[in-house]
Ligand binder design. Structure first.
Ligand code: HPA
Length: 278
């Protein structure tokens, strides 16, 4: 399996997918842990299992299905990733970002990225949604970024701006869509760590002190590649658990998946609301 990709290789993968699609998707959607059932809402579905796509990274984590779902949501042609991979699974950052690169080559202009996250902000409860207003790229500050290595100038600049990583207009539309559906949605900062161990109470106190509202193990590498290529981003965290600041409760993957069941209907309402407004 290739660990880095040239532009020609990305194009080849996009070419292998294109004939299987039922439409020309403009919006990509990435579904986080426990949120895969959202893809069932896609109309006139075409499904492409990840193992059928050359070099496509396949998730090894329970709770992540592995297929692309193409079709439409609210009359928008979409390409949904039902399952994503994480750095901790052993993939290189270029492999983690490959699906984003291929989506860009397929012509996707807007990416809706979701994740399951722990609440560092004590006001957040499991089952809540948070609009990702900005992120803390701790994993990137440690040197782990999909942009490491020769820059592919055809995709984007060597030093991409990240001052507005999350599109303000899309964020405002999402907040309005949530409000119109009677869904409360927080707005805050997502912090990405490498995982896979959950945080210690001291880690969490540190994250709170530097301004994190939610914490997780995904999203930021994908957003970095997406912004490098000029893709507009809407990011939403589904809160799966409260941070264990006092060290007296355990955090488990099971509770992350369980909270997903509460989060999915809200997320569908917000995403449908956004898609019908853009
Ligand atoms: N920490 C890190 N990642 C997570 C968490 C958490 O508490 N919950 C879901 N993903």
């Amino acid at each position: 399996m290739k660990e880095t990709f040239t532009l020609a290789e990305m194009d080849q993968i996009a070419q292998s997918i294109r004939p299987k699609l039922a439409n020309a998707p403009r919006v990509g959607i990435i579904l986080g842990s426990g949120l895969g059932s959202l893809a069932e809402a896609v109309e006139n579905q075409v499904r492409i299992p990840y193992p059928e796509i050359p070099d496509w990274p396949v998730s090894t984590v329970f709770g992540h299905q592995g297929q692309l779902v193409n079709g439409s949501l609210k009359d928008q042609p979409v390409l949904v990733m039902q399952g994503r991979v994480h750095y901790y699974e052993g993939y290189t950052m270029a492999q983690v970002a490959l699906p984003i690169r291929v989506m860009q080559r397929l012509g996707i202009e807007t990416l809706i990225v979701t994740n399951a996250a722990g609440a560092v902000n004590p006001a957040y409860e499991p089952g809540d949604l948070m609009l990702i207003q900005d992120h803390l790229n701790l994993i990137g500050m440690a040197g782990l970024t999909p942009l490491r290595g020769p820059n592919l100038d055809e995709l984007g600049p060597r030093f991409p701006d990240m001052s507005q990583a999350y599109d303000r207009q899309l964020g405002a539309i999402a907040l309005k869509a949530a409000q119109d559906s009677g869904i409360g949605m927080h707005s805050g900062v997502y912090c990405c760590l490498a995982g896979p161990s959950f945080e210690t109470p001291a880690d969490l106190r540190f994250l709170r002190s530097i301004g994190a509202d939610t914490v997780g193990m995904s999203t930021v590498p994908e957003v970095t590649a997406a912004r490098h290529g000029g893709t507009r981003i809407l990011g939403i965290s589904g809160i799966s658990n409260k941070a264990n600041l006092d060290g007296n409760t355990l955090t488990t993957h099971e509770e992350v998946l369980e909270a997903g069941k509460q989060i999915v209907p809200k997320l569908i309402a917000v995403i449908n609301g956004v898609l019908s407004r853009i």
